[in-house]
Write a protein that binds this ligand. Structure first.
Ligand code: SAH
Length: 454
């Protein structure tokens, strides 16, 4: 069939599905259209805003019917910026949507339609949960503006209430922006790669309330930097660390290599499952503290720990998973690619008086191979990789090492399904899968699975 749908045409369509990104899906003679703010079961009048060869995008102009699963949104920018692309769907249905995503990939990619996926564990209060924000700063008509980009663009929309962030962080961003304005710091101009302040990053410990402010600047020379940092501390007494990160490049990557402490320490602390952790600016830390505790508890339950277990905590970050279980097992080995995170993990082991945890910097696939050659024999392997999942070489080494149980924590169901299929081909059985909602109001899906050696 030749495609006849064109940009700027209007249609009335029925929404038949929700894409994995949370867009409504409609079909006209088999041609799929993806539509923001449209839910399955709704009939809508749309304007075609983009029409490619295989699919297009539409914009709702009028709802003829609305779904009973629709909920009020505080602002349309939540959808338009992609901050909270599911904010218009009731929270119960968001949880069902995530469970279905995992079921779908397990059937399609892993070819395991028989595996039961538990209902997603959600939050009681599914807003204001993020403990970290990375906010772009621009100069508009002489004023500094903070907000977020419209999806697939670099148009900044001014936002003060980010809905899913700790409200104290929202407040901090406004205060920091106003201080920068007062000191006449120039906002970054992306096109010209001019100006100074690019991003404001704020992290706040969920339990400790310690705050870190990172000012990402284009130039190392930062006029009145110390006074600005002092002013930030004065306006925000929770701040224990102000850092300047320098990023001179014309790039989408937020952080540069070089950093300077402008005020206080180079880290904040927080707690997880009763243990204390130091978190440096460049270290990964899960953004939803309460749900991370729920996720880790599930992972620990799945691991069926015994006191003679040897555990590998792969992709360890600052050591939070391994150190949570170290006192229940014989030993823990962790590895991670970011040197600052491994320094934090070693420090965290000391702080929590843990002596049986060993950490190494490096790529998981390289370190795993080395440990395999050294003869380390884990009984339990915990993996928590980034979105791209496990490297095939990592899986090969893991299979050689033959742990009895593998607990796989994943932030991307598609690569999770791909990887569990590879483990299954070598005799591991996927026994249980539990999605935990770490990212309410967004389309991001987190799950934990248990693989057992047959
Ligand atoms: N388990 C930790 C971190 C999980 S996030 C926690 O729960 O907090 C994934 C981590 O993998 C990040 O810290 C990232 O820096 C690290 N990472 C990314 N690619 C890696 C690789 N190839 N080898 C080792 N670590 C990697």
């Amino acid at each position: 069939m030749t495609q006849t749908i064109k940009k700027n045409e209007r249609y009335t369509v029925d929404i038949i599905d929700l894409s994995y990104e949370g867009l409504g899906v409609a079909k006209i003679d088999g041609y799929p259209l993806f539509i923001e703010n449209a839910l399955p079961g709704e009939q809508v009048e749309i304007l075609v805003v983009k029409a490619g060869n295989k699919f297009g995008y539409g914009k709702v102009e009028n709802w003829l019917t609305t779904s009973p699963d629709r909920q009020e949104i505080t602002s349309n920018v939540l959808l338009r910026t992609g901050i909270a692309p599911l904010a218009h769907l009731s929270y119960d249905q968001q949880l069902v949507f995530k469970q279905k995503q995992v079921e779908h990939v397990l059937a399609k990619i892993a070819k395991m339609p028989e595996v039961t996926v538990q209902p997603t564990i959600g939050m009681e209060e599914p807003t204001g949960y993020r403990n970290k924000a990375q906010i772009p700063v621009r100069r508009v008509e002489g004023e500094l503006v903070t907000g977020f980009y419209k999806k697939n663009s670099h148009d900044l929309v001014e936002i003060e209430d980010f809905f899913i962030q700790d409200p104290q962080i929202d407040q901090a961003i406004i205060k920091v922006r106003d201080i920068l304005q007062r000191f006449q710091v120039r906002g970054y101009n992306e096109e010209k790669n001019e100006g100074q302040i690019r991003h404001i990053i704020v992290r706040r410990g969920h339990y400790t309330h310690q705050m870190m402010v990172v000012l990402v600047t284009r130039k190392e020379k930062f006029f009145k930097a110390k006074e600005i940092a002092e002013a930030i501390h004065e306006a925000l007494p929770e701040v224990v660390s102000v850092i300047q990160n320098i990023n001179e490049e014309k790039t989408n990557v937020i952080l540069g290599e070089k950093e300077k402490v402008l005020f206080g320490q180079s880290y904040i602390e927080d707690q997880l499952l009763g243990k204390t952790y130091r978190i440096s600016s460049k270290s990964f830390y899960q953004v939803n503290t309460l749900q991370t505790e729920v996720l880790y508890q599930k992972a620990i339950e799945f691991a069926e720990l015994k006191n003679d277990d040897v555990v590998i905590d792969a992709y360890s970050g600052i050591g939070t998973i391994g150190l949570s279980i170290a006192d229940q097992v014989a030993s823990v080995y962790g590895m991670e690619i970011v040197p600052a995170a491994i320094e934090d993990a070693q420090f965290n082991a000391l702080t929590n008086k843990i002596e049986n945890a060993h950490y190494e910097v490096g790529k998981a696939e390289t370190v795993m191979k080395k440990w395999q050659e050294k003869g380390i024999k884990p009984t339990v392997l915990v993996v928590d990789p980034p979105r791209k999942g496990l490297d095939a070489r990592f899986i090969d080494s893991a299979i050689e090492m033959a742990p009895e149980r593998i607990v796989y924590i994943s932030c991307n169901p598609a690569t999770f399904a791909r990887d569990v299929k590879l483990f299954a081909e070598d005799g591991y059985k996927l026994e249980k899968v539990q999605p935990v909602d770490l990212f309410p109001q967004t389309h991001h899906v987190e799950c934990v699975g248990l693989l057992r050696k047959g």
